[in-house]
Design a protein around this ligand. Structure first.
Ligand code: GAL
Length: 422
């Protein structure tokens, strides 16, 4: 869907949601003691962690009730557009979800979020959060959002039984190996790779860039236009097109959960997705990790952790700033993070939590995140490395690339968009 159409759909959605409820889509009908928390965590694999944290918050703050203004759509694909129109209309929720990184920096620059440095000092958060993460939440020496978690984006999901039936020894360790496996898979009538809506295709692009260019090459892409003009970038984009040609892109799934369903049902072999998929598969669908489904670093990214972090803000002009601050205290607390993350399929942002609460995939994930040999890079699709202006230009260019396959134009547009949005 084009951006113009998405904006119209978003506005229609705001109108529809506001009409349906005095609370959702507007903070105007809120009663005393209510605090409006805005996220895109609805549905299986997304909302359980939020509900657990909300329950704890309400128990600790008697008489306070959370109104969850959650708008469905993976990666905030609908929520972000609706939020933008609310912020523009001067109608912010009391706290909204943002990714740590340049996505948040835009809000800071435009004065949409309040400075939380004093709250950080009061809660002692600077000594219990990793330095690198704090850097992504700090602008001009001040802190602007409270992180609840760390997610990993560069993962490939599969079903061991499917690989066994195809005689494939293990998930591909490079995109080249994936393309070789794809020929075998297609010969047996299965889909090598399943994708969902456009944001999942961008998520895939990010992991192909990372796997093919390596961490240094990947990081260079976010620092300027020049790397996009190099032959290496063009070559990776060609690989991306070949990878996508082995997918169900022409009949892609409605969102990331049905995308994963195609893997677990055995009709498709692989899906690239972040580790929110773990909570969906293991908790919502009650499938067994390493038996009914398994996961590995996406091709070419062993030892690399492509991270993102969900954080909550205090918008300027929030109607209940004191309650919002209490919500942020919950988000930043050991109790809140330990309730939220095991259900969300993420690991805590804090470094002082009890690691024993993180089992199965999450224990492996936590080990990788904390391993000093792991190289950490930031996600494109989930707000870390590119600001909203550039990201929107990348989305439009990607839409065209997916339509006509012109990789040269994509690289050129992304490079100029970087320069134009400075
Ligand atoms: C990400 C978000 C995750 C998860 C995912 C799928 O952007 O950070 O927490 O919700 O989208 O919706």
């Amino acid at each position: 869907m084009s951006h113009g159409r998405m904006a119209v759909v978003a506005l229609l959605l705001v109108a529809a949601i506001s009409a349906m409820s005095p609370y959702l889509g507007s903070s105007r009908g809120m009663r005393d003691g209510q605090v409006e928390i805005y996220s895109w965590w609805t549905g299986p694999g997304e909302e359980d962690g939020l509900h657990a944290m909300v329950g704890d918050f309400e128990a600790r703050n008697r008489g306070v009730h959370v109104v969850s203004a959650a708008v469905s759509g993976g990666a905030g694909s609908n929520a972000k557009a609706i939020l933008a129109s609310r912020l523009l209309a001067g109608d912010p929720p009391d706290s909204y979800q943002r990714h740590a990184g340049l996505e948040l920096a835009d809000d800071v620059r435009s004065g949409k979020v309040a400075d939380l440095t004093a709250l950080y000092a009061e809660q002692g958060w600077t000594s219990v959060l990793p330095r690198g993460l704090l850097d992504h939440l700090t602008i001009g020496g001040k802190l602007y959002a409270v992180p609840v978690n760390i997610h990993r984006a560069n993962l490939i999901w599969y079903r061991p039984a499917t690989l066994r039936s195809l005689g494939i020894a293990g998930p591909p360790r490079s995109w080249n190996e994936f393309l070789q496996q794809a020929a075998t898979i297609r010969a047996k009538g299965l889909t090598p790779l399943t994708v969902g809506p456009e944001w999942t295709q961008k998520h895939l692009l990010e992991t192909v860039l990372l796997g093919e260019l390596g961490s240094d090459g990947y990081e260079e892409l976010w620092g300027g236009g020049t790397p996009w003009r190099r032959p290496a970038a063009r070559a990776v984009l060609d690989t991306y097109r070949q990878v996508l040609a082995q997918s169900d892109v022409t009949s892609s799934a409605a969102d990331w959960q049905p995308q994963l369903d195609r893997v677990t049902s055995g009709s498709a072999v692989y899906a690239v997705m972040g580790d929110w998929a773990y909570s969906y598969l293991a908790i919502s669908r009650k499938l067994a990790w390493n038996k009914d489904f398994a996961v590995a670093a996406s091709p070419g990214t062993d030892g690399v952790f492509d991270f993102l972090s969900d954080s909550f803000t205090l918008p300027t002009g929030a109607r209940h700033p004191d309650l919002a601050r209490r919500w942020l205290v919950e988000c930043g607390s050991v109790a809140g993070q330990d309730l939220f993350n095991p259900l969300k399929g993420s690991i805590p942002a804090r470094i002082d939590v009890d690691p024993n609460r993180y089992t199965g995939y999450l224990a492996w994930d936590l080990g990788q995140w904390r391993d000093p040999h792991t190289r950490i890079v930031g996600s494109l699709t989930h707000g870390v490395v590119a600001d909203n202006g550039w990201n929107a230009e990348i989305d439009t260019a990607l839409e065209l690339l997916l339509r006509d396959g012109d990789t040269a134009r994509f690289a050129q547009t992304v490079a100029s968009a970087y320069e134009d949005t400075r």
